[in-house]
Write a protein that binds this ligand. Structure first.
Ligand SMILES: [Fe+2]
Length: 200
């Protein structure tokens, strides 16, 4: 195993049969990966180096809820998945980020990857919800201003914790509006893969 995107995708599909949880993993991956690229560019990396730097971000996104369908309890998620991944030899940096995305794990959000995964988890779900209420069901029809408005509407997508979105932006040191725009753009660029293209 090369511990890359394809391996992560295969594991996600093996462990998760539900369409919406698969799509959630992919959406979180797309957003988290975009922060990996951003960070790589900040560090002065170029070309293939950027790809290599961003790959663990993409994998962490794909794998973070991998065990949730089979092991949804607070005692088991994400610990069972992390143990399985550790047994396969996945890098500790990815495992740390997966543990740290769960508040109750006691694992601090220390690395940039830890922070990016946490910051993108709830937001990717929220942006998906924003797209699905559009008549087109397209992420291209979602705008930052309407996302901000919906964040204040408690009745909308009530399972999504707004405070995690704002805390995530703070952790990353990015203004909230910029965080919303970054993730929205990342999802728009890969809308087809996410099933959030026009008419999908
Ligand atoms: Fe998640």
């Amino acid at each position: 195993m090369r511990f890359g995107r394809q391996d992560a995708m295969a594991l996600l599909y093996e462990w998760t049969k539900g369409e919406s949880l698969r799509k959630h993993g992919l959406a979180v991956s797309v957003c988290t990966e975009s922060y990996g690229r951003r960070e790589a560019e900040k560090l002065g990396l170029t070309g293939a180096e950027v790809e290599a730097f961003a790959e663990p971000y993409a994998c962490a996104g794909l794998l973070h809820d991998m065990d949730y369908e089979r092991h949804p309890s607070l005692e088991e998620h994400p610990f069972v998945g992390v143990e399985h991944l550790r047994g396969l030899g996945w890098p500790e940096s990815i495992l740390h980020a997966i543990l740290a995305h769960a508040d109750y794990s006691g694992t601090p959000r220390a690395s940039h990857l830890d922070k990016a995964l946490f910051a993108c988890d709830e937001l990717a779900g929220f942006l998906t919800a924003c797209a699905l209420v559009k008549p087109s069901k397209s992420i291209h029809d979602v705008e930052v201003a309407s996302v901000k408005k919906k964040m204040k509407d408690k009745a909308f997508a009530r399972a999504v914790k707004r405070e995690d979105i704002t805390a995530g932006a703070e952790l990353l040191g990015v203004p909230l509006e910029e965080h919303l725009a970054n993730c929205l753009r990342a999802m728009q660029e890969r809308a087809e893969e996410l099933g959030l293209e026009n008419g999908a």
